[in-house]
Design a protein around this ligand. Structure first.
Ligand SMILES: Nc1nc2c([nH]c(=O)n2[C@H]2C[C@H](O)[C@@H](COP(=O)(O)OP(=O)(O)OP(=O)(O)O)O2)c(=O)[nH]1
Ligand SMILES: [Mg+2]
Length: 321
């Protein structure tokens, strides 16, 4: 039997996340957790989340949405964690059973001992809801950088500099400039190149093509660098899980003019494919910020896009969390 659990990644206005400490004598005792607990029979996740956060912390959930589902087999029990992101609540969280609570910046969460199932939850908490893949940088570099700045101003916090046609020298040179821009806006920058080069060029990590992914037998960069991958089917997702990528994009969800030969998955298939995947997945292909709610309801981290998040298009939506 799989134990169904609702847990909240509760954010305050400073962007910190709440952890509470599990009592010593319970399962996974003395470890820090995202507050929550078991679903009662017949209860919806949203209902259980509200009840648990009221019982454990004395807060009322005002705004929440799905973030990630994690299945984990502990030696003594299997759990399915339904983790929701809570962005608004009333009251001041206080351990109602005397348990200590602490507000932590997402990048510092790993300093706290957490249950093993929580590894992917920390990744999901650190990642934004939108992932910009840049247009092929052709021609005017100033125009390219100015469009990228517009995307960052609109709230994009995760960028893949995708350049299929540039020479390595030009790609490296552009990476430096893009890196400076991303640093200014506190955005994560991934490049679509040989992993060792990604690190050398000052990027935060690498984004692997589906083909490259399938030729790797292990994670190509250490844990302090991001490793993402493009997936189109169950085999690629499974391999990405085996080598331990941090997150993936899966698509195309819809038909796109950039990849006209690819068969669209549709939301149903997308949802089925990612259901047991132990890392966050972005929906890609014909999707934009207007599809975020649908993507979240299907278990996605959010949406990845080229055109829909590029330059003034991004500005017209406003893509902050
Ligand atoms: N709430 C929560 N549970 C987690 C996390 N990570 C993780 O592996 N778990 C596991 C530990 C437990 O086996 C299970 C949660 O069950 P629980 O015993 O805390 O449930 P509960 O709050 O309803 O507790 P109780 O009423 O039975 O005392 O999920 C997490 O981040 N938050
Ligand atoms: Mg609990």
């Amino acid at each position: 039997m799989v134990l169904q659990v609702a847990a909240g990644a509760i954010f305050n206005r400073q962007g910190q996340v709440l952890l509470s400490k599990r009592p010593l004598h319970v399962h996974q005792g003395n470890l820090w957790e995202f507050p929550g607990g078991k679903l009662k029979p017949g209860e919806e996740v949203r209902q259980a989340l509200s009840r648990e956060l009221w019982e454990e912390l004395g807060i009322q959930v005002l705004q929440a949405r799905p973030l990630l589902q994690v299945h984990h087999d502990y030696p003594d029990r299997s759990v399915l964690l339904h983790v929701w992101r809570v962005d608004r609540f009333s009251g001041t969280p206080k351990g109602q059973e005397g348990q200590p609570v602490v507000w932590v910046s997402p990048e510092n969460l790993n300093a706290y001992p957490l249950p093993a199932a929580n590894h992917a939850v920390v990744t999901a908490v650190c990642l934004p809801p939108t992932y910009l893949i840049t247009k092929e940088p052709a021609g005017n570099q100033m125009a390219f950088l100015s469009s990228l700045r517009q995307s960052l101003q609109a709230g994009v916090q995760l960028v893949q500099l995708r350049a299929k046609k540039l020479s390595p020298e030009h790609y490296q040179n552009l990476t430096w400039k893009v890196q400076r821009l991303c640093f200014e806006y506190k955005a994560i920058l991934l490049v679509n190149t040989v992993p060792a080069q990604a690190a050398e060029w000052g990027a935060d990590g690498v984004h692997l093509t589906g083909n490259h992914l399938m030729h790797l037998s292990h994670r190509p960069l250490p844990a302090n660098k991001w490793v993402a991958a493009s997936c189109h089917n169950a085999a690629q997702l499974a391999h990405a899980a085996n080598i331990g990528v941090d997150f993936a994009v899966l698509g195309p969800v819809f038909h796109t003019s950039t990849h006209p030969q690819a068969l669209p998955l549709g939301w149903e298939r997308f949802q089925t494919l990612i259901a047991q995947i132990p890392f966050p997945v972005y929906a890609l292909g014909g999707v934009g910020p207007e599809h975020l709610k649908e993507a979240w309801s299907r278990g996605a981290q959010g949406i990845a896009a080229i055109r829909a998040l590029w330059g003034d298009r991004a500005g017209s939506f406003g893509v902050s969390p």
